[in-house]
Design a binder for this molecule. Structure first.
Ligand code: BGC
Length: 744
C-alpha cells in the first residue's frame, strides 16, 4: 500500500499535476506557458549559460540572438548591468513566449561587503549571523541584476584537508541545518518577488563534502543511514525554509555521479523530501559524467542528466545539443522534458519575473554602507574563537607594548577568503589598519603565507625585542582553501613556523592569530605560544573585529564548528564518531616514544588510536574559551525515565568566576548507548548562547523531547529506540560528565 502511494507521488511529480495543483494559479500559468512552447524553447529553458564576469565590450550578437529565439533560460556571471538589462529586455519583449531570464552568481558570503567565510559564520553558533550575511549579500548583489545565488553550501565536512570546508557549515548536522535555514531566509527574504532578495540554491546534492581523503571532487562513499542522519538534514532544513533551487554535485556517491542519479534527484529529493523548485547541475557536472566513466558521450550524459531530473544544465551544453535527438529516439519522453521545464518556470513565476522582470535601477545596493560594514564586523568578531590563553596574555591592554608581525596582518585580499568574487580588497580593513595606533610597530616579515624567504627575520626580531607581547597574525592566503584547493598537510605554510620559533627564543609572550579557511595544525609551535586565536578569513572588516576582541571591547564567543586535529593524519576526524569495539582509553594509551625496544606485539593493549598522534584532537568540536573562567555544575535531569512523546528537563548552573563578562555556549549532547545500528559517542541536540556578567551565575534549562532522539535505522525508518541514554550539558564535545536516563 505504502509503495503504491509513493509510486503515485513520484508519477505525479514526474508526469504531471494533480487536480489540486491545477487549481493553483502558479501551476495554471506553468501549464499555460508550456502548452505554447516549442521543443526548442523548452530545451532553452534548461540551459544555463556562463559568460566570463570579466567580459567587456559589446554584448555578442550570438547571445542576443539565442535569447531572442528562446534558446537560453538563465545566465551566470554576467556582471555588466547593461548586458543584464538588454538580455532581459530581449527575453521579455522579443522571445517567442516572453519568458524572463534568471541571472545567477556565487554570492556566497558577501557581494561587495564581505562577511566571514561560512565556516567562520558557523563558528558564531548564531544563525542570525548567517541570516544577516544572506540579507546584506542579497541586498548588495541584486543591485547588479543578480537574482539567484549559488548558496548556501550545505555539505557536511569532516575533513579539514578539503578546501571547501571553508564554505561549509562544519561537521555537525544540527548546526549545519540551523545555519543552512538561516542563510536561505537571509538570501530569499520573505518575498520571492522582492528586488532586493535572491533565490537561494542548496548545494551540492549529495555527499560532496565526503570526498575521500579530503581531495576535492573525489569519490564519496556514504552508507544510507549515515547519509540520512548526517548529510541530508541541512538540505531538509533548507527545503523547510522554502529554498527554490538545488545544485547537483560533481562527485559520484556510492558509485553513481550525483548529476545522473535518479534515485537521489527524483526518489529522494522530489519524492521523500518534497522539493518542488528546480535542480541545476554544477559547472559541467553533466558532461563530467564522461570522465567519471558513467556516460559514454555527451548525448548519453544528457540522457542521464535529464532522466535523473536535473532540470537545468550549468555551462556544458549537452542538453541544448542532444535533447531533441533523445526525444526522437525515445530516450527521453516529452513528459519528462516538460517536468524539467515546469520546475524552472514555476520558480520564475514565484519570483514575479513575468510581472517585473527587470532589476530595480534605483536600487544601488548601498555597497559598503556603514551598516553593512558594521554587521560584517559584528559577524566577524562573533566568529573569533579563543583557543589558548595562558598566563592571561589576553586581552591586550593599552599599556602593553605590542609588536605586530606576520604575513596575514595586512593582507586585504586574503582576509576576504574564498569566493570573494566581487569584494574589493581596497575596502578591506586589515588587522594592521585597525591596530596601528595600538602597536609599537609592524613587520610583515613574510610577504605572503607561503613565503619561505627568511631575509627579514632579523627586522621582526629587532621589533619584537622592544615589545611586551608579540602578536603574530599568520595563517593561509585565501587561495589555499576553497574549491579545488585541498591540502594534504594543513600546517602553517612557508616559513611561518620557523619565524615563530625564532621569535620564541626571545622569551616574550606570543599570541598567534590564525586567519585561514580551515583549522591549521600547530603541533610544532603550540607550546611556544601563550595565546592562540582563530580569526578565520573574516571578510572586509576582519581587522576591526580582531582588534575589538583582542582588546576585550567585544568578548570572544566563537566555538569550533569542526574538530581541530593535531595532525592531518588524524583526518577525517569528527566528534560524533562511533565507539568501535576497542575504544581508546587514556590508561592504556602508550605513545610510540614510550614503547620499550623489542616490546611484545600485543603488550601495548590493542585500542583504536594512533601511536604517534594519540586519540584526541588538538581542540574538540564546540570548543572555545572566554577571557573569564566559566564553571559548569553537574548536569541535572528531571527524571531518569522517559516515555515516548515526553520531555526531559535538563539543567545546569553556569558561573562566571573570572574578571570579564562572557558569552557562553551551553551544549546539549546525547548518546544512545545501544542501538539497532551503532550510534555516535555524542550528538549535539541543542544549545543555548548565554550572556554572563562577571561574577554572574545562571541556571540554564533545556527541554529534550523524545523526537530529538529519533534516528534513521538500517531500513531508513525514522525510529525511536528504547533503552539507555547518556546526556551532557557541556562547553564542548569532550567535556563534562554524563548523566543517564532510560527511554521506556
Ligand atoms: C562550484 C559551485 C559553483 C559553480 C558556479 C562550481 O565550480 O562547485 O559551487 O556554484 O561553480 O560558479
Amino acid at each position: 500500500m505504502k509503495l503504491y502511494y509513493y509510486s503515485l507521488l513520484l508519477a505525479t511529480l514526474f508526469f504531471g499535476c494533480t487536480t489540486n495543483q491545477q487549481l493553483d494559479p502558479v501551476e495554471q500559468k506553468v501549464e499555460g506557458l508550456l502548452s505554447k512552447m516549442t521543443i526548442e524553447e523548452k530545451i532553452g529553458q534548461t540551459a544555463l549559460r556562463g559568460t566570463s564576469s570579466r567580459v567587456k565590450g559589446d554584448l555578442p550578437e550570438s547571445l542576443k540572438e539565442a535569447v531572442r529565439k528562446g534558446e537560453i533560460g538563465a545566465f551566470l556571471n554576467i556582471m555588466n548591468t547593461d548586458y543584464v538589462d538588454e538580455l532581459q529586455r530581449i527575453a521579455v519583449e522579443e522571445s517567442p513566449n516572453k519568458i524572463p531570464l534568471i541571472f545567477g552568481r556565487d554570492v556566497i558570503h558577501g557581494f561587495k561587503t564581505m562577511f566571514p567565510i561560512p565556516l567562520a559564520v558557523a563558528a558564531t553558533w548564531d544563525p542570525k549571523q548567517a541570516e544577516i550575511t544572506g540579507q546584506v549579500s542579497a541586498f548588495e548583489g541584486t543591485s547588479s541584476g543578480v537574482n539567484w545565488t549559488f548558496a548556501p553550501m550545505l555539505d557536511i565536512a569532516r575533513d579539514s584537508r578539503w578546501g571547501r570546508i571553508a564554505e561549509s557549515p562544519g561537521e555537525d548536522p544540527l548546526l549545519g541545518s540551523l545555519m543552512g535555514a538561516a542563510y536561505v531566509k537571509g538570501f530569499q527574504g520573505d518575498d520571492l518577488t522582492s528586488k532586493t532578495s535572491m533565490i537561494a540554491c542548496a548545494k551540492h546534492f549529495l555527499g560532496y563534502g565526503a570526498a575521500i581523503g579530503g581531495r576535492d571532487y573525489n569519490t564519496a562513499i556514504i552508507h544510507d543511514p549515515l547519509l540520512y542522519n548526517v548529510y541530508i538534514p541541512p538540505f531538509k532544513a533548507a527545503i523547510a525554509e522554502n529554498v527554490q533551487t538545488f545544485m547537483s554535485s560533481f562527485n559520484e556517491l556510492n558509485g553513481v555521479p550525483a548529476s545522473g542519479d535518479k534515485k537521489i534527484m527524483m526518489d529522494l529529493l522530489r519524492g521523500k523530501m518534497n522539493f518542488n523548485g528546480f535542480v541545476v547541475s554544477d559547472w559541467n557536472s553533466v558532461t563530467e559524467m564522461i570522465p567519471h566513466g558513467y556516460a559514454k558521450d555527451e548525448k548519453h550524459a544528457a540522457e542521464l542528466g535529464t532522466n535523473a531530473g536535473v532540470d537545468m544544465e550549468m555551462t556544458s551544453q549537452s542538453y541544448e545539443k542532444h535533447i531533441k535527438a533523445l526525444l526522437d529516439e525515445g530516450k527521453l519522453s516529452m513528459d519528462q522534458l516538460d517536468f524539467l521545464v515546469k520546475n524552472i518556470l514555476r520558480v520564475k513565476i514565484r519570483m514575479g519575473l513575468f510581472e517585473t522582470p527587470f532589476r530595480d535601477k534605483k536600487h544601488d545596493g548601498k555597497l559598503y554602507a556603514e551598516d553593512h560594514l558594521e554587521k560584517a564586523k559584528i559577524a566577524s568578531a562573533k566568529s573569533i574563537v579563543l583557543l589558548k590563553n595562558e598566563n592571561q596574555v589576553l586581552p591586550l591592554t593599552k599599556n602593553k607594548k605590542v609588536a605586530l608581525i606576520g604575513p596575514l596582518a595586512d593582507a586585504p585580499l586574503d582576509q576576504m577568503g574564498t569566493w570573494s568574487f566581487d569584494g574589493e580588497k581596497e575596502h578591506s580593513q586589515t588587522p594592521f589598519s585597525a591596530l596601528k595606533d595600538h602597536v609599537i610597530g609592524f613587520e610583515k616579515t613574510l610577504d605572503y603565507s607561503r613565503d619561505k624567504n627568511k631575509q627579514s627575520f632579523s627586522k621582526a626580531i629587532t621589533l619584537a625585542k622592544k615589545a611586551d607581547v608579540i602578536l603574530f597574525v599568520g595563517g593561509e592566503e585565501a587561495i589555499l582553501s576553497g574549491e579545488a584547493h585541498s591540502r594534504a598537510e594543513i600546517d602553517l605554510p612557508g616559513a611561518q613556523e620557523d619565524l615563530i620559533l625564532e621569535l620564541a627564543k626571545l622569551g616574550k609572550p606570543i599570541v598567534l592569530t590564525i586567519m585561514a579557511g580551515r583549522p591549521i595544525t600547530i603541533g610544532k609551535i603550540k607550546d611556544k605560544l601563550d595565546g592562540i586565536v582563530m580569526a578565520w578569513h573574516g571578510g572586509t572588516m576582519a581587522g576591526p573585529a580582531l582588534k575589538e576582541v583582542l582588546y576585550a571591547e567585544m568578548q570572544p564567543e566563537g566555538r569550533l564548528p569542526v574538530t581541530w586535529p593535531k595532525t592531518s593524519g588524524q583526518l577525517p576526524y569528527y566528534y560524533n564518531h562511533k565507539n568501535t569495539g576497542r575504544p581508546a582509553m587514556e590508561e592504556k594509551f602508550v605513545s610510540m616514544y614510550d614503547i620499550p625496544v623489542g616490546a611484545w606485539q600485543s603488550s601495548l593493549g590493542n585500542e583504536s588510536h594512533y601511536l604517534d598522534a594519540g586519540y584526541l584532537p588538538e581542540y574538540p568540536f564546540g570548543y572555545g574559551l572566554s577571557y573569564s573562567t566559566i564553571e559548569y555544575s553537574e548536569t541535572k535531569i528531571s527524571s531518569t525515565q522517559l516515555k515516548e512523546g515526553e520531555e526531559l528537563t535538563v539543567e545546569v548552573t553556569v558561573t562566571n568566576k573570572g574578571e570579564y563578562d562572557a558569552v557562553e555556549t551551553v551544549q546539549l549532547y546525547v548518546q544512545d548507548v545501544i542501538g539497532s545500528i551503532t550510534r555516535p559517542v555524542r550528538e549535539l541536540k541543542d544549545y543555548q548562547k548565554i550572556q554572563l556578567k562577571k561574577g554572574e551565575q545562571k541556571k540554564v534549562t533545556f527541554k529534550l523531547h523524545t523526537d530529538q532522539l529519533k534516528f534513521y535505522n538500517r531500513d531508513l525508518e525514522h525510529v525511536l529506540e528504547k533503552g539507555d541514554f547518556n546526556i551532557w550539558l557541556a562547553p564542548n564535545a569532550l567535556a563534562s560528565k554524563p548523566v543517564s536516563f532510560e527511554l521506556l
